[in-house]
Design a binder for this molecule. Structure first.
Ligand code: C2E
Ligand code: MG
Ligand code: MG
Length: 765
């Protein structure tokens, strides 16, 4: 009936696998992407560095060529100037200087100095105009005289602000000497410190990068681009490259990374440098570190974006699957708390509810109570009418109980035919009120399919905290009280008392003893003679079971039939009774007596779907003719499901078996039903026989039953005849058969035989 959670587990295990795979893909993919990023970044940085290095070496080579070309070209120019007599007639030699300058467009001015530092001509100063006199400028003249004294083929001078040309420039100088090696004059070419127009402007560079030449003494020789030359030239630089050169003067080429204020940008930069072959100069190129980033992004953006989109999509898919799974498991949880058949909260939910009530009751010091409702003989209904109908009946019962509760308390289904009402904040009194209402409500027959069933509840009541302070004790005690209600005759309620617990233990013990008794064959049958009232002859016997314990004490049926019923042991016991009684009647008949025997069929036996089949088999096995067997069922059993009992009794009837309605008058038989039911006999209950001649009502009832039976063509048996008066009265009322202690107690077979042999005849007065 309940949905199989394992069955629902299959799709969820598939989605779990799917979700895990997608998650693994996302995690693995993210890891791979991260590794790829690191690797590609590393590669990109290396590439940028390598490029910078190539550019710096190119810059070094170009600068070297430029200096050599210019510097070496100054030597022949110097000789020409000497010949021309530049010291004596400088303006006559201006043409030579202009011509040289024209050959070297990078040069802005050519100048010639006398050995004492006096400027003799400058192409930037028009003839006739006064020439600047550097002899009044100590640092300048000192350097010039120092260069004049040097013996290098040419000198690349430090950047200076050119007074004649009024811009930053550096000079390449060459000293012309006489035969004795004494300086005759110095010829100088001034190169402006702007990239445009120099040999460097063609160099392809990353944006925001700097190129330059650094002197090994730490001064900048040239630098492009530049915003404020005064801030750069003529000052000792403390940039990373300068520091590196200072630490290892032999450096030739390499990379540097670090903070730099090259330019105005105080940011991380990458730089590469190469020493220039001739002269103490380094060519360097630096690019902002962000350039690596830009390069990396430009090269990897597509791959990255595609991967990210893919990972994002996978994450969304995984998240969707996870959410669906969560919803599904929430649904399962709520299903797990609901009873699949009735939709009521199930046992787990009931226990949670009780725990909540216990917690609340502790804090608020309030009591609460439980009603444990069990449907009487529900198993029999299930067995005889089928589980499908049983399910429908349970649903209908749940509806009735719910309606009867009228919002007081919560109804839950513990399982099978067991329901539990949790009544928060209410004690036993309220629970009893509800129990009474429930019993009243069940008086109406319940419709299930074409059946109209008369079912009754047995209700056990327990209260917190008097009957238990934890859910399990409370439940156990409510259950015990319910069993007590059953024991007291069902269709009632019982409130838990401490003694009930003991009684339950006793019943469990009894069940075990019965089981053993059945195995050890400790049951016996006694037979109570049934006499034909007119002739006083014994015509038959009712077989009645006794339990003879090992110590010889005899246990009467009223002490054990109930437990045998509840435990189901009545089924094998009943079969034993049937076979034994048939064997006995067979023996009597073989001995020449014309007798029948009747056996009692308990409600549980009557619900046994194989009852008819078993009886028929027993008859065949014993060889007793069916009309010599009688079955006694109580009218309550027959009334439980009238359709079903009519059918079963019909089948028994067609076997030829005689049917008797036992304890007639104590149940609710309707006359119309009595008419329909195929019974042969009606046994008037002892309680009516007891009152005969004493209670007018009882006499009237017996009279009525006899009259009715006469009309319906049924034989009447009077049960429990204890006195001669009763016998006479019944005889007078034309009752056909009688049994009772006045005639004979139920007796063992051997006594019965001697009774038969004495041919006992009863003569009523
Ligand atoms: P029952 O079928 O109504 O059986 C009649 C009961 O009345 C028997 O009690 C019998 O001993 C008792 N009785 C007969 N005459 C008198 C009398 O004059 N005075 C008094 N006080 N009692 C009398 P017993 O044998 O104790 O059986 C009680 C009930 O147990 C039976 O009631 C029957 O319902 C059940 N029972 C007995 N044997 C079996 C059995 O083999 N199978 C089943 N399923 N139920 C049985
Ligand atoms: Mg009986
Ligand atoms: Mg009876």
């Amino acid at each position: 009936m309940l949905a199989n959670p394992k069955g629902q587990g299959n799709p969820s295990s598939f989605t779990r696998l799917l979700r895990n795979s997608v998650l693994a893909l996302v995690i693995g993919g993210s890891g791979a992407l991260f590794a790829y990023c690191l690797h590609s970044w590393d590669r990109e940085e290396r590439e940028v560095r390598d490029n910078l290095l190539i550019q710096s070496s190119f810059l070094a080579a170009v600068s070297d060529a430029f200096f050599s070309n210019l510097g070496n070209g100054l030597d022949p120019l110097g000789q020409l100037l000497d010949k021309c007599g530049v010291l004596e007639t400088p303006q006559a030699c201006r043409g030579l200087l202009n011509e040289f300058q024209n050959h070297h467009p990078e040069i802005v001015a050519m100048a010639v100095f006398a050995p004492d530092g006096e400027m003799r001509i400058n192409t930037a100063v028009k003839p006739g105009n006064p020439l600047p006199d550097f002899r009044k400028d100590p640092p300048y003249i000192n350097q010039l005289l120092k260069d004049m004294a040097g013996h290098a083929p040419y000198i690349v001078g430090a950047p200076e602000f050119g007074k004649a040309i009024r811009r930053w420039r550096f000079a390449i100088r060459h000293v012309v000497r006489d035969e004795n090696g004494m300086p005759r004059f110095m010829v100088q070419a001034a190169i402006p410190l702007e990239r445009e127009g120099t040999f460097l402007h063609e160099l392809p560079m990353p944006p925001r990068s700097y190129i330059g030449l650094l002197r090994s003494d730490g001064y900048q020789q040239a630098r492009w681009p530049i915003e404020d030359p005064s801030a750069i030239y003529g000052r000792l630089s403390d940039e990373p490259l300068t520091q590196a050169i200072r630490i290892s003067p032999g450096l030739r080429a390499g990379h540097i990374r670090g903070d730099s204020y090259w330019g105005n940008l105080n940011a991380q930069r990458l730089a590469a440098f190469t020493r220039i072959e001739h002269g103490n100069l380094f060519a360097y190129v630096s690019a902002p570190w962000i350039h690596v980033w830009q390069q990396w992004w430009a090269h990897n953006a597509a791959v990255l974006l595609i991967s990210l989109v893919f990972l994002l999509a996978s994450s969304v898919v995984a998240q969707r699957i996870w959410r669906r799974e969560k919803l599904h498991s929430e649904e399962l949880v709520s299903q797990a708390r609901r009873d699949a058949l009735t939709g009521l909260p199930n046992r787990a939910a009931a226990e949670e509810m009780m725990q909540f009530c216990i917690d609340m009751s502790h804090t608020l010091e309030r009591k609460f109570s439980l009603l444990f409702v069990d449907i009487d003989r529900f198993k029999d209904i299930n067995d005889s009418l089928g589980h499908a109908l049983g399910d429908k009946l349970l649903v209908a019962i749940a509806g009735i109980v719910k309606d009867t509760l009228r919002e007081e308390g919560t109804l839950t289904r513990l399982g099978g035919d067991e329901f539990l009402v949790v009544l928060p904040g209410r004690g036993v009194d309220a629970a009893v009120g509800i129990a009474e209402r429930l019993i009243e409500a069940f008086k109406q027959p319940i419709k299930a399919d074409e059946h109209s069933l008369q079912v009754t509840p047995s209700i056990g009541i327990a209260q917190f905290p008097e009957h238990g302070t934890d859910i399990y004790t409370l439940l156990k005690h409510a259950d015990t009280a319910m069993y007590e209600a059953k024991h007291l005759g069902r269709n009632r309620f019982s409130v838990y008392m401490d003694e009930l617990g003991e009684r339950v233990t006793e019943r469990v013990k009894m069940e075990q003893l019965l089981r053993e008794a059945l195995q050890e064959n400790l049951f016996q049958l006694v037979y109570q003679p049934v006499v034909d009232m007119r002739g006083g002859r014994i015509v038959g016997a009712e077989a009645l079971v006794r339990w003879v314990r090992a110590d010889g004490t005899v246990v009467m049926p009223k002490h054990f039939i109930g437990v045998a019923e509840e435990s189901g042991l009545i089924i094998p016991l009943g079969e034993w009774v049937l076979h034994t009684a048939l064997a006995q009647v067979n023996a009597w008949n073989k001995a020449g007596h014309d007798l029948w025997v009747s056996v009692n069929i308990s409600p549980r036996q009557f619900q046994d779907p194989r009852l008819v089949e078993k009886i028929s088999a027993a008859l065949k096995q014993s060889g007793v003719s069916p009309e010599r067997l009688g079955v006694e069922i109580t009218e309550t059993v027959a009334m439980l499901d009238q359709e079903a009992s009519t059918r079963i009794l019909g089948e028994l009837k067609s076997l030829g078996v005689r049917i008797a309605i036992d304890d007639f008058g104590t149940g609710y038989s309707s006359l119309s039903y009595l008419k329909r039911i195929p019974a042969d006999k009606v046994k008037i209950d002892k309680s009516f026989v007891d009152g005969i001649n004493l209670e007018a009502d009882d006499t009237a009832i017996v009279h009525t039953i006899l009259a009715l039976a006469g009309v319906l063509d049924k034989i009447v048996v009077a049960e429990g005849v204890e006195t001669e008066d009763q016998y006479s009265a019944l005889l007078a009322l034309k009752c056909q058969l009688a049994q009772g202690n006045w005639i004979s107690r139920p007796i063992p077979p051997d006594e019965f035989a001697s009774l038969l042999n004495r041919r006992l005849l009863i003569r009523a007065a």
